[in-house]
Design a binder for this molecule. Structure first.
Ligand code: SF4
Length: 498
């Protein structure tokens, strides 16, 4: 029976992407039909992020565009879910009175019931949990956890819908309380899922077509759970997931440098399915700033960790995050971040201009002292430095052959084609020819191929490179086997130092 149509838009991190998939799955199972036209949907949900002020402003702006459609269709239900809903429900209702429901990330299991509540009673429906859970009793916390765990356990992906490279949540919440971060307040305390549930989920996803899984946690390497009274840590979990036969690649994000132990490097070295890629946020190259951020490691410990990782896994690539303009960051601190980027030769970095988040320690200290203009300049300087490093590293790959998992058609190629056509240029290739794949080290590769190649592992010979993308040609014979092996006469890349 159809319950109507639902439009769900996702902002923020991979955790939100997974949450949205699970919420949509629940609604689909109840008879809702997902649609892509927001203004015409019966139910509109925005899954929000609170990590930066900019993300919240974007969510408010999207919600603002729903005022008129809601005036036209009084039956439309507008919901805000995710971190912003948990952080500031009153602010949302005050600024967006047409919002009908808010639901925090720990209560997403209840979204279908909340929609029904609004529909039947025409009242607002609210479900929040994590902000109070740190004060609640162990029993209350266990019940809350069971409720949110039910969402993961209900996972039932629609065939052909994102099943090639799914995320699997292995951990919720965070206990680190970095002074700038709102996540411990919106997603609550760190809790790891039982290994048996994770393995069952991996097997189910493999049966539905998954070939690569990414294990998700806010500090994923801190994972620990009990299996028959015995602690299972993250390195062991990687080994268990890698045993699922149809899964050909295993990734994990995001790692917390302070908790990283060598057994994880050993797992990366010894398990052929575990990809040689780490997302390891540094946040700053200055010890003084790291201390004010309460990151629990020093710059030299961070560098040592990456050096050790490259000793264990020579092909390792590392992506990092930086915050520019954190409270009191000086030019010397900023230069230290530039030096760290040059020292570590990251594959890529994500740079964020610091914005004060209500409720955090940094906000309570009230020391957002660096001007927006300075933050913007520093942001550009870090990215420019990294771009040169990435371009040089990618150029070294020209002439080598890399393994890719073919993900689909290249959106960038489609956009480039449209731009060329709009300039009246002759286009020598067709959009449908251009496929995109990802290397084990998380590099994007664009190459001509056929639709039948999508979802398969293949080897691509690299012929050109930019800072962001590799271009190449498919080694056709690599597609003749289920699990690709290196065709004879192919030169493999040495990635460790690039
Ligand atoms: S480790 Fe720090 S930055 Fe990451 S989610 Fe936890 S508190 Fe936030």
């Amino acid at each position: 029976m159809s319950c109507g149509t639902v439009y769900l838009e996702t902002m923020g991190c991979q955790m939100n992407v997974l949450d949205s998939e699970l919420v949509l799955g629940r609604l689909r199972a109840q008879g809702y039909e997902p649609v892509s036209d927001m203004a015409a949907a019966d139910v509109v949900l925005i899954n929000t992020c609170s990590v930066r002020d900019h993300a919240e402003q974007k969510a408010l702006s999207r919600l603002g565009t729903l005022k008129k459609p809601k005036q036209r269709n009084g039956q439309m239900i507008v919901g805000v879910i995710g971190c912003m809903a948990e952080r500031d429900p009153d602010g949302i209702f005050a600024r967006m009175p047409h919002v009908d429901l808010v639901c925090g990330p720990g209560e997403l299991n209840k979204v279908p019931a909340l929609i029904e509540e609004v529909r039947e009673n025409r009242t607002r429906a609210i479900a929040l949990s994590q902000s109070s859970s740190r004060k609640s009793t162990p029993l209350q916390r266990a019940l809350e956890y069971d409720s949110v765990e039910a969402l993961d356990l209900s996972r039932d992906p629609a065939p052909g819908h994102g099943v090639l490279q799914p995320y699997i949540r292995v951990q919720r919440g965070c206990d680190k309380f970095c002074t700038f971060c709102v996540v411990p307040f919106t997603r609550g305390a760190e809790r790891s899922r039982p290994p048996s549930q994770i393995i069952d989920e991996a097997k189910m996803l493999a049966d539905r077509g998954a070939r690569e899984v990414t294990l998700l946690g806010q500090t994923v390497n801190s994972y620990v759970n009990q299996d028959n009274g015995r602690p299972v840590r993250f390195g062991e979990l990687l080994a268990e997931v890698a045993e699922v036969p149809a899964i050909q690649r295993v990734r994990f994000v995001t790692s917390f440098p302070g908790d990283f132990t060598d057994d994880i490097f050993e797992a990366m070295r010894d398990l052929p399915k575990v990809c040689e890629y780490l997302h390891l946020p540094a946040q700053s190259g200055s010890d003084a700033v790291l201390e004010r951020m309460r990151r629990q490691y020093t710059v030299s410990e961070y560098v040592d960790l990456i050096d050790r990782g490259r000793d264990y896994v020579p092909a390792l690539t590392v992506a990092s995050d930086f915050i520019v303009g954190f409270c009191g960051e000086t030019e010397e601190d900023h230069e230290a971040s530039v030096r760290l980027i040059e020292r570590c030769l990251f594959k890529n970095i994500f740079v964020f201009k610091y914005s004060q988040r209500p409720g955090t320690v940094a906000a309570r200290r009230g020391a957002d002292t660096v001007s927006y203009e300075v933050k913007r300049r520093r942001n550009g300087e870090l990215l420019a430095r990294q771009e040169r490093i990435s371009a040089a590293a990618n150029r070294k790959l020209i002439g080598t052959t890399v393994e890719v998992l073919v993900e689909g058609y290249s959106k960038a190629a489609a956009k480039a084609q449209e731009a060329e056509q709009s300039r009246g240029q002759e286009v020598s290739w067709r959009r449908s020819d251009q496929l995109v794949g990802r290397t084990r080290t998380d590099r994007i590769v664009v190459f001509p191929g056929k639709p039948g190649h999508i979802g398969r592992l293949a080897w691509v010979r690299i012929t050109a490179a930019t800072a962001l993308t590799l271009h190449g040609t498919l080694v056709e014979e690599s597609l003749e086997q289920d699990r690709v092996t290196v065709p004879a006469g192919i030169s493999l890349p040495v990635l460790g130092s690039v």
